[in-house]
Design a protein around this ligand. Structure first.
Ligand code: 5GP
Length: 317
């Protein structure tokens, strides 16, 4: 899939149209900004790290049933995604006090929270993404009540999944920012990226940052932090299962099905008028790679006979 036209250039990413209307390509840049663009630098390897980290996380979320815009990774820094219209809202989820919450409420950084805190901000660089509440969102028609409910549920569920995943990477997920989008049919997808640019990640059991705070606060070791998170994420396997259904194409005579049909009729089950026999395979995987099309290849190259058989597959938990 090739890029057709640059649609949008942000601080850390470019978005391109593709020959297919319902797909975009996101290209991750090495540029980092903070404080609404006041601080800017190039961090070597950041684009690649964020693309690889986001891809694997979106894949994990797909397996866990969280609808998201990710289709596949095209290269080290390019991702193919569903074209969605982004809601002008940022969702922040916090599991511990840090950043603007610590400042705003005069709380100690690192204080544990009894439950996750969900905040909304209005996406506007000029206004510095001001915090808003649900009434603002509804009164200003930024999302409907039903959309807002879905966005909140998806955010909290994603938080639970990511806390667990990052813990396996020996990282604590302190807080993060999500963006959501809507397709032409009104389906809501988790969008944007999930990376050390959008999450605060601390070494488990400490307050050592492995995220963009190293750049924001001049802590040093910025490139190393992105590389380290990338390595840990790549090396943390996603346990997953795929269920594959293989059946004869409708045009192919199913001899085994006919035998079963006759046997059923001989037992008096005359209501059955056709039997088609298929195969069901369940593959349990311990994957460090993020390529769903490997399953496609398994089907095409071995499991199904593409001349005679159709196949479908899905992730199962
Ligand atoms: P805070 O409100 O404490 O500055 O940020 C909370 C969390 O959301 C942090 O993990 C931060 O990285 C993320 N976040 C908040 N606003 C933005 C934003 O405009 N861009 C990005 N990339 N992340 C944000």
């Amino acid at each position: 899939m090739e890029k057709v036209k640059l649609l949008y250039e942000g601080k850390a990413k470019r978005v391109y149209s593709t020959p297919e209307e319902d797909k975009f390509i996101i290209e991750f840049k090495d540029t980092a900004t903070a404080f609404d663009g006041l601080k800017k630098a190039d961090i070597s390897g950041k684009g690649e790290a964020n693309c690889i980290i986001s891809s694997k996380i979106f894949e994990l979320l797909t397996i866990k049933g969280i609808k998201n815009h990710y289709i596949k990774r095209l290269s080290e820094r390019e991702m193919l995604v569903k074209s969605v219209k982004i809601f002008p809202i940022e969702v922040i989820i916090r599991n511990r006090v840090a950043g603007s919450m610590a400042k705003r409420l005069g709380l100690d950084v690192g204080k544990e929270l009894e439950r996750p805190v969900l905040e909304f901000c209005y996406k506007s660089d000029e206004l510095h993404d001001p915090m808003i509440n649900e009434d603002h969102i509804l009164a200003l028609n930024l999302a409907t009540e039903e959309e807002l409910k879905t966005i909140k549920e998806m955010s909290l569920e994603t938080n639970k999944i990511l806390i667990e995943f990052f813990r396996k990477c020996h990282l604590e997920l302190v807080d993060m920012k999500f963006e959501f989008g809507k397709d032409s049919q009104g389906n809501i997808y988790l969008a944007d990226e999930i990376s050390p640019d959008t999450c605060r990640l601390w070494e488990l059991g400490t307050t050592t940052s492995w995220d963009k705070d190293r750049f924001r606060k001049d802590l040093g070791g910025v490139e190393e932090a992105y590389r380290e998170v990338k390595e840990r994420v790549i090396n943390t396997p996603i346990d997953s299962k795929a269920r594959i259904f293989i059946r004869l194409k409708p045009s192919i005579l199913d001899a085994q099905g006919s035998v079963i049909l006759n046997a059923l009729k001989s037992l008096g089950f005359n209501e059955v008028i056709e039997v088609r026999v298929g195969k069901l395979l369940e593959l349990k995987m311990d994957r460090k790679v993020d390529e769903p099309e490997r399953i496609e290849r398994m089907c095409r190259e071995l499991l199904a006979n593409p001349v005679m058989e159709d196949y479908e597959w899905e992730w199962i938990e």
